[in-house]
Design a protein around this ligand. Structure first.
Ligand SMILES: Cc1cc2nc3c(=O)[nH]c(=O)nc-3n(C[C@H](O)[C@H](O)[C@H](O)COP(=O)(O)OP(=O)(O)OC[C@H]3O[C@@H](n4cnc5c(N)ncnc54)[C@H](O)[C@@H]3O)c2cc1C
Length: 464
């Protein structure tokens, strides 16, 4: 077996891996990337992109039902789930194919197959009935993660689904149970509920979207409940009894157990890292509960071996993975990139209404000892929101009262997943309230609410 030698080998072609490969190639490195399934990883094939395509169909469906409000008529509004899913799969395939072109354009060698580390500078790849060895001084592990399976709640693809099954559903659920109200669970709950499934969400924590600011979780619950979703907080699904076309869920709350029947269950109880079978123990890489332990520069404890993206721990987001890909490639090429600051990475949930945030929640900022100033601005006070027919929502900002630093921003409402980036740029530039207040926001836009929320924190709000 001849070993092909590169400057950098990347294992896994998700957003972390393919971005690392492109950035490395831009910097003149000879790069190989190994992928066992699809270019684009979970993000393009089974995560971010196909879910957004499904949610767009749900959004259009919901708007069509409201046609009368806009002076329009839309006849009999309906949907064909197979066609909705076909569109989503088509969008995923288009983008995954695009990654192949980007690899070619950047002269990155793509090796399809399963990679195993056999030394800190050597990788064995098994694929298409062949085994090859590649070597490089620097190896970047970007193998991502998969759905966590809890004992007794394992997916079977028929009655109980993971996100993969839910993206290619065998039928439209009538009575749906979603276990877990993080971003993935809530996005599927929102999609199927909008299409008419009788949807129940069970969350073990005391509120839905538990990583968000408590005020935003409360507004999200109110909106979901208004749309007909049943939300059960501080509750645990302890058992699923599977029958013919029916699942009986045992749901425990405060020591009492209730049983409810569903025809479909989506388990969205988190993820586990793809760390097994990689040879990590052979080369001595430290792993903590399926995630590779790294420092702020994504270095593992083994010199020359890096880990990025979902395999390297939270936050489990594509833009965190790809940004780490850039920084690792720059470090390998001899640069000195800035470490990624987790508190400046925005989190977005594309349910209806959308939710987005960056930085500390109000409670977390107080816990950390900050004296805070809080601003709020509701969508009902914004002309564009009313014109769009999207007058429900809130933008909340949290400032350090002493320095004026923007500590956090929390939003719920139409298009907030696009708006949040304004505050992300602000945080990266270490903006204070003064610059935000002196910035001129275009009118009429939803972004004006971002201005008003800051003004509110300092007693200067105009339209409220
Ligand atoms: C349903 C869903 C919706 C999501 N929505 C969003 C969203 O809206 N926004 C967001 O930011 N994030 C979202 N995410 C999370 C996002 O998909 C991940 O954070 C992102 O894909 C992580 O990128 P990665 O490069 O670390 O790994 P991945 O995208 O998981 O890619 C890892 C790749 O490594 C390959 N691989 C693994 N082991 C080997 C091996 N031994 N040899 C060769 N190849 C290997 C895998 O086949 C895979 O292609 C979503 C996730 C899911 C499941």
């Amino acid at each position: 077996m001849a070993a092909n030698t590169y400057d950098m080998i990347v294992i896994g072609a998700g957003p972390g891996g393919y971005v690392a490969a492109i950035r490395g190639a831009q910097l003149g490195l000879n790069v190989a990337i190994v992928e066992r399934e699809h270019l684009g990883g979970i993000c393009l094939n089974w995560g971010c992109i196909p879910t957004k395509a499904l949610l767009r169909s749900a959004e259009v469906f919901q708007l069509m039902q409201r046609a009368g409000e806009f002076g329009l008529s839309a006849g009999k509004v309906g949907f064909d789930l197979a066609a909705v899913v076909k569109r989503s799969r088509g969008v995923a395939a288009q983008l995954s194919g695009g990654i192949g072109h980007l690899m070619k354009k950047n002269k990155v060698t793509v090796v399809m197959g399963e990679a195993t580390l056999i030394a800190a500078d050597r990788v064995k790849v098994a694929g298409a009935g062949k085994t090859r060895e590649l070597s490089a001084k620097s190896i970047v592990i970007a193998t991502g993660a998969r759905a966590r399976e809890l004992p007794g709640l394992e997916a079977d693809g028929d009655l109980v689904w993971t996100y993969k099954h839910a993206l290619e559903p065998p039928r439209m659920p009538k009575r749906l149970l979603v276990i877990g109200s993080g971003a993935i669970g809530i996005e599927f709950a929102s999609f199927f509920n909008t299409l008419g499934a009788d949807t129940t969400v069970v969350e073990v924590m005391d509120r839905v979207l538990p990583v968000e600011d408590a005020e935003i979780s409360k507004l999200a619950k109110k909106a979901f409940t208004k749309q007909g979703m049943k939300i059960r907080e501080k509750s645990t699904v302890t058992r699923l009894e599977r029958g013919a076309g029916v699942v009986t869920a045992h749901i425990e709350k405060g020591g009492k157990t209730e049983t409810l029947e569903f025809d479909t269950v989506i388990s969205a109880v988190g993820i586990v890292g793809n760390s097994e079978g990689l040879g990590l123990e052979t080369i001595g890489v430290t792993v903590d509960r399926t995630h590779i332990v790294v420092d702020e520069h994504c270095r593992t404890n083994v010199p020359g071996v890096y880990a990025i993206g979902d395999i390297a721990g939270a936050p489990w987001l594509a833009h965190k993975a790809s940004h780490e890909g850039v920084t690792v490639a720059e470090a390998i090429a001899g640069g000195q990139p800035h470490p990624v600051r987790p508190e400046s990475i925005a989190g977005c949930t594309y349910c209806h209404p959308q939710v987005a945030s960056v930085g500390y929640s109000e409670a977390r900022a107080r816990e950390l000892g900050f004296d805070v100033k809080v601003g709020r601005f509701p969508f009902i006070g914004n002309g564009k929101a009313i014109a769009l027919g999207e007058a429900e929502g809130l933008i909340k900002t949290v400032f350090d009262a002493k320095t004026g630093e923007l500590l956090g921003a929390h939003m719920i409402g139409a298009e907030v997943t696009e708006l949040i980036q304004g505050y992300v740029v602000g945080r990266t530039l270490e903006t204070t309230e003064a610059e935000l207040m002196n910035t001129v926001f275009p009118h009429p836009t939803l972004s004006e609410m971002m201005h008003e929320s800051v003004l509110d924190a300092y007693g200067r709000v105009i339209h409220m």
